[in-house]
Design a protein around this ligand. Structure first.
Ligand SMILES: [Zn+2]
Length: 259
């Protein structure tokens, strides 16, 4: 095609897609093609439709209008489901509604680094959460600044977007916080120092032991390697510079042992 760039700009505007997408999808048209090669042209197809939530409509209506999570409850077996089911999959009985506290724990999760959906921020964590008071798991996006902190068993709570339209993404989860603290979880408010001091006795005895053990292993490995590795026709253990380094290691290790 003679003027590929103006073709991209004109067609992107015509069908309402991004120029970079057209440029990538039709890159081959920028090169010379044989007259008989198959020619493809871009076009767009839009569909506006109504999606029905049917019997679980109340779940979405409560999220949108009241910012609360509901589960469905089976009177026969006592199970509670979220996402809700209008019929119990175990008893086949109709279920009723029950309000959930909105807290729970992560059962499993995956960290998403790349996607084609409308999600704005990458990476994000997609988690299966067992909400307290339910017997099922619900898939939700865990919003957190440091996604490396996500883990199985993490305590979370439901949060709701300011503008809600009755969609599943109106609701997401965040790491649970204790009221009145900046800490994330574990123990009661004001008990943090006691918890930290409680492990100090053990830690201050254990940490030097493990450090000395690692240092001893390093010394042995270094000495063995200095005898094995040759340079200028002899093992590097014969050079004073290497001897001094190993002697320093042995000396500092001895000093560490006396404390
Ligand atoms: Zn049941």
């Amino acid at each position: 095609m003679k003027d590929f760039e103006s073709w991209v700009a004109r067609n992107a505007a015509r069908i309402g897609v991004r120029e970079e997408d057209l440029r990538r999808a039709f890159a081959h048209e920028a090169e010379d093609a044989a007259p008989d090669d198959v020619l493809q042209v871009p076009d767009a197809w839009r569909a506006t439709y109504r999606y029905s939530y049917g019997g679980v409509s109340r779940f979405f209506r409560e999220i949108r209008d009241n910012g609360r999570l509901m589960g469905s409850h089976c009177e026969t077996c006592g199970r509670v489901f979220c996402p809700p089911r209008r019929h119990c999959p175990h008893c086949y009985e109709s279920t009723g509604w029950v309000e959930l506290p909105g807290t729970g724990e992560i059962e499993t999760f995956t960290t998403v680094h790349f996607g084609t959906s409308a999600h704005k921020r990458y990476p994000f964590v997609c988690a299966y959460v067992k909400l307290h008071g339910t017997d099922s798991v619900v898939c939700a996006i865990l919003e957190m600044d440091d996604v490396s902190l996500a883990r199985v068993g993490l305590k979370v709570e439901a949060a709701f977007r300011d503008e809600r339209d009755g969609r599943i993404t109106d609701f997401f989860i965040v790491q649970a916080r204790l009221p009145g603290t900046s800490g994330a979880e574990g123990g009661e408010p004001g008990e943090g120092l006691k918890q930290a001091l409680g492990s100090l006795d053990v830690e201050r005895a254990m940490t030097p032991f493990s450090s000395i053990g690692v240092a001893q292993a390093c010394l042995e490995a270094s000495a063995a390697y200095a005898l094995e590795r040759s340079q200028f026709g002899k093992p590097i253990a014969r050079f004073q510079l290497i001897q001094e380094k190993i002697a320093e290691m042995a000396m500092e290790l001895d000093i560490a042992r006396t404390y």
